[in-house]
Design a protein around this ligand. Sequence first.
Ligand code: ADP
Ligand SMILES: Nc1ccn([C@@H]2O[C@H](COP(=O)(O)O)[C@@H](O)[C@H]2O)c(=O)n1
Length: 202
Amino acid sequence: MLIIGIAGGTGCGKTTVVNQIINELPNEEVGVISQDSYYQSAPHLSYEERTKINFDHPRAIDFDLLMEHLKELKKGNSVEQPVYSFVKHNRTEDTILTHPRKVMIVEGILIFTHPDIRELFDIKIFVHADSDERLIRRLKRDIAERGRDIDEVLNRYQNTLKPMHQQFIEPTKEYADIIIPNNKYNTVAVNIVRTIINERLL
Ligand SMILES: Nc1ncnc2c1ncn2[C@@H]1O[C@H](COP(=O)(O)OP(=O)(O)O)[C@@H](O)[C@H]1O
Ligand SMILES: Nc1ccn([C@@H]2O[C@H](COP(=O)(O)O)[C@@H](O)[C@H]2O)c(=O)n1
């Protein structure tokens, strides 16, 4: 199994890049795991309390479960990937049965901060977009898709997202084998990664 890690700050375009890469690849050969599915479950907290969680700090992620699932997939076993609700700020009751594939792509803002998880990646890719681009995209996306308003996004950006990005995410760029500039859609980079994957699938 080839495991590719794709990191980068919120709004840099990780999910979009992954979708562009897997589009046109046979879906029985390539699987995706999103770090967002592994936000800690917090059923003991009220909604109000959950809105105050710092979601950009590594402790917000259930890395133990993510690690366990990646190891199981590597062994050839299927896992139940959790489903997370950005509207409720909580894990849902649902899971997605995720089967091992020849190529597994793992994407998320903090995946390169965890040394043992970093070790599992055969290829590490960091997607870069400037912080103003990322904020604009995040604003539009979170209002359109994640039930937020402009104040929520801007407060979170100033209070936690920006400092956490500088402290935890940006420094992990140094672990990357490939850095994809993504201020604009980068079809050349996407095609290069797809070529690497296709070679593995031959
Ligand atoms: N290169 C790009 N140029 C303009 N908009 C983009 C680009 N890449 C992604 N987007 C848009 O920005 C938003 C955030 O992208 P997304 O892939 O969800 O980022 P991430 O997964 O890194 O948080 C989405 O609405 C997406 O359509
Ligand atoms: N309940 C939550 C959980 C996370 N976030 C934000 O999501 C961002 C990471 O996801 P991307 O798809 O953008 O990479 C992260 O910056 C968290 O602030 C949230 O808003 N609410």
